[in-house]
Design a binder for this molecule. Sequence first.
Ligand code: SAH
Ligand code: SF4
Length: 358
Amino acid sequence: MDQFMQNIVNTNIKDLSPQEIEKFVLDNDFKPFRARQIVKWLYKKSAGSFDEMTDLSKDFRDLLEFSFSLKPSLELIDELVSTDGTKKYLFKLSDGNQIESVVIPEKARNTLCISSQVGCALGCTFCMTGTVGKIRNLTPSEILDQYMFVNQYNAITNIVFMGMGEPLDNLQNLVKSIRTFIDPNCLGLSPKRITVSTSGLVPKIKELGKHVSVNLAVSLNAPRDELRDEIMPINKRYPIKELINASVNFPVPNRKYLMFEYVLLKDVNDSDSDAHTLGRLLEAIKCKINIIPFNEAYPLPYQSPSWDRVLKFQEILISYKINVRIRKSRGSDILGACGQLAAKYPSKMVKDTTLAQN
Ligand code: SAH
Ligand code: SF4
């Protein structure tokens, strides 16, 4: 096979989980510790070629070179910095599609919001990514490279799968990437610092829980089926009761709480009555709620509620003894806030809203 054909056929080695790399090593009659050497080169030393892996024999490096590719799976095309310090990275994938990752700096942590798909199939009516439709799943290497790239310039402490896409609609690649994130020989992150956010693909919640124990955030956004059906069409397939059932049975890490996200849409799901319904729905469950005032973005047909309304909604939930936090909008001036990511808007719109500091 010539070099050109080989590069087309070859899998990116970062698409393999550490377990799959070990299997490859054993299948080729090498000792298991060789797998640890490879992943250390990949993830601890960010090797750019197999030739750099100098503690492996030349024959073994040639085998790796023949079997896999090690090209970066994404290329940075823009970086926008918000007035509040939030940074948005726009990446181009090898097929020309674009995705975004957002860094949210807080006092004691730097959270990276990662994309799991190009677009999203689920069509929630308040979400920019949903307006694009699903273009494709991201590969494990594309998920991991978002972190590896951004971590060079920001000491990332936490990862949330809250960027573009529905992570549970890309379960296999999600699980592979999480295995690499948490393996001590690879990226070595604590599972307590990883959060998967889902709109509620019930069977996939159950399946994810069989493979890994990470934090789970469930985007509830409505306390009644009839309203949730309207703003999150997935609810017609997996209604609230089933969703809550699957969520409470999910194995979150020790001393961690199940999380519910609730995007407040003015005059849609922000009434006192809805706050009470939500309170009654969740009062008996060990959980935390994040309320997120809607981030407005053209052409989404909703508005953000007044601050007074947000506080009143929170107050009602607190009366049910629920642990509730208001998640302030971060990076909305660079369209980097929750639900604003789409990577499809005209470039003029990106430039016009850039407020690069420093
Ligand atoms: N698909 C997953 C993860 C990506 S969306 C999910 O739906 O959970 C991440 C979060 O952004 C979700 O909680 C979603 O409800 C929220 N979100 C989407 N659009 C938003 C918007 N315009 N304003 C505020 N939050 C939004
Ligand atoms: Fe997809 Fe999540 Fe947006 Fe819904 S909120 S369209 S599931 S990315």
